[in-house]
Write a protein that binds this ligand. Structure first.
Ligand code: GDP
Ligand code: MG
Length: 199
């Protein structure tokens, strides 16, 4: 689609070595069921493949934003099946996620107040993990198409983003609404911070 490519995580390592500077690791955070995998699959251009679901996936895609190419590695690995033989797995994984990202997408569902509260918690956790770093964070209210079961208003979402000093966007993975804007916005946020560091 549109000449963009997606790939499995196997090739991620080789493709990231040539232009390290333009490869950005983006981590999706949020409660179960809010639409992380749906958003990631749209980004990766593989939404019709239902067999990619279970284990957690990474999507590798080049995007041209403001005339300049950037490669995003989008990690949909926050939720993993808990391994019975290693109960501490999830905790370890979450710590890794908090450390490894160049940018974060914290997703909640506008139809689920609890997921919105969880998003605030994740924001606080992230702040603690990356204390003095100024990393781009986008708060995403997904499922904006489900108008009648909405529990979180646009204003509440926006206000939360102001308090937590991050960007905000509402999306609908079901309608593909604002999904492209979301990922382009991430690239812009990363570039803004890079440019101000170089000044
Ligand atoms: P995850 O657990 O955060 O990865 O969430 P999923 O991407 O698996 O989505 C959970 C469920 O919500 C699935 O049934 C999706 O089809 C559905 N879903 C995800 N995004 C949207 C959306 O924007 N609108 C609607 N109506 N359903 C959505
Ligand atoms: Mg998922």
């Amino acid at each position: 689609r549109e000449g963009w490519h997606s790939d499995s995580s196997d090739s991620v390592i080789s493709s990231s070595s040539d232009s390290e500077d333009h490869v950005f690791k983006v981590i999706l955070l949020g409660e179960h069921g809010v639409g992380k995998s749906s958003l990631a699959r749209i980004f990766g251009g593989v939404e019709d493949l239902h067999d990619v679901e279970e284990a957690g996936n990474t999507y590798d895609r080049s995007v041209v934003v403001d005339g300049e190419e950037a490669c995003l590695l989008v990690f949909d690995i926050w939720e993993q099946p808990v391994l019975v033989w290693f109960q501490d797995n999830t905790h370890w994984l979450h710590n890794q996620c908090m450390k490894m990202g160049d940018a974060y997408v914290i997703v909640y569902s506008v139809t689920d107040k609890a997921s919105f509260e969880k998003a605030s918690e994740l924001r606080i956790q992230l702040r603690r993990a990356r204390q003095s770093e100024d990393i781009p964070i986008i708060l995403v209210g997904n499922k904006s198409d489900l108008v009648r079961s909405r529990e979180v208003s646009v204003e509440e979402g926006r206000a939360c983003a102001v308090v937590f000093d991050c960007k905000f966007i509402e999306t609908s993975a079901a309608l593909h609404h604002n999904v492209k804007d979301l990922f382009e916005g991430i690239v812009r946020q990363i570039r803004l911070r890079k440019d101000s560091k170089e000044d």
